[in-house]
Design a protein around this ligand. Structure first.
Ligand code: BTN
Length: 324
């Protein structure tokens, strides 16, 4: 770790407390002048660092600069052996991660961007991804589990992302089947999982889990304002995007390594919004109306149709018709 990286790591762990120049110099084993130079260099890279006489330096609270140096020190376990790439602007973190994966990037490689110019959503939609307001993250996994477990990746990731958001903001997060996260009745997060299968579709080569979270109010198009909201608006808390990135990585790593136990389904069912309500579902071009009865052990949505028959939906999109 060089001086700048060590400095960032120390600032991130200090959570806004000042640290004196001499304490930093001692801790890092360099001169006070080297600390000062590293601070200046970090400032020129966009980090907001405050200095106060007799107190020292600290990362400005509310620092909104997304950076690997502020994410890595906060990851507790993560993916051992994984790499982290952070971009100011990119077309789509999922597209980038898929390219990296096809070139052999290891399990646990994470791509994060402050802004996406061509963010992609489910069902061919675009995902609006303005700068400074959200986190746009893609995680490459190369799972050892069998192909029959692959359909669970998306729902396990939804629980992981919900838990990470709750940990940071302290307010409850719901899941709308399959994998949209909601707060206060509006969407705060979408997940797009893309998989590459081995020959004859017998094994999963890799999957890219793409997560987009609205952290604070962004410049959303007017048509999104009644369906989308942000974590800060709903919780009233100021969220550090770097800390949220680290929490999402930790929770996803944990949920993927335990996925075969299906234990995440309990947390999924507790948060699921459609259950017990009349819904319409669009499945492969067909529109179904019925009552959502819950989620089965394969994370399929169980729907009782108007003729009394039951369907277990594995993909598609479902929406509330009316709340009971
Ligand atoms: C949806 O709600 O339809 C899913 C949205 C997924 C958006 C994320 S943002 C990070 C990653 N990169 C993308 O291009 N899409 C996903």
């Amino acid at each position: 770790m060089n001086v700048k990286e060590a400095l960032l790591s120390t600032f991130a762990k200090a959570e806004g407390e000042y640290i004196s120049g001499s304490a930093l110099a001692n801790k890092l084993g360099v001169s006070r002048n080297a600390v000062w130079k590293a601070v200046k260099s970090l400032e020129s890279e966009g980090y907001c660092i405050e200095s106060a006489a007799a107190k020292g330096y600290r990362l400005t609270p509310g620092n909104n600069h997304l950076a690997a140096g502020l994410i890595l020190p906060r990851i507790k376990k993560g993916f051992p052996g994984g790499e982290l790439q952070v971009y100011g602007e990119i077309d789509s973190t999922n597209s980038c991660a898929k390219k990296l994966a096809s070139l052999g990037a290891p399990h646990g490689t994470v791509v994060i961007a402050d802004k996406q110019t061509a963010g992609r959503g489910r069902l061919g939609r675009t995902f609006v991804s303005p700068s400074g307001t959200g986190i746009y993250m893609s995680i490459i996994i190369r799972p050892e589990f069998g192909i029959e477990t692959a359909p669970l990746i998306t729902s396990a990731s939804a629980v992981a992302a919900a838990e990470a958001v709750e940990e940071l903001c302290g307010s409850p997060v719901n899941i709308k089947w399959v994998n949209d996260l909601y707060m206060g009745g509006r969407k705060i997060c979408g997940i797009l999982t893309e998989a590459s299968f081995g020959l004859e579709m017998k094994s999963l080569d890799f999957a890219v889990i793409g997560i987009g979270i609205n952290v604070r109010r962004g410049n959303f198009p007017e048509e999104l304002s009644h369906i989308a909201t942000s974590v800060e608006e709903e919780s009233g808390k100021v969220i550090d995007r770097n800390a949220l990135c680290a929490a999402v990585i930790d929770h996803i790593a944990d949920s993927i390594s335990n996925i075969e136990s299906r234990s995440f389904l309990t947390a999924y069912r507790q948060r699921e919004l459609l259950t017990g309500n009349t819904i319409t579902a669009n499945v492969g071009g067909e529109t179904l109306t019925g009552t959502a009865l819950g989620v089965d052990d394969n994370a399929n949505l169980i729907v009782r149709l108007e003729d009394g028959s039951e369907r277990h939906l594995s993909s598609g999109e479902a929406n509330l018709c009316r709340i009971k």
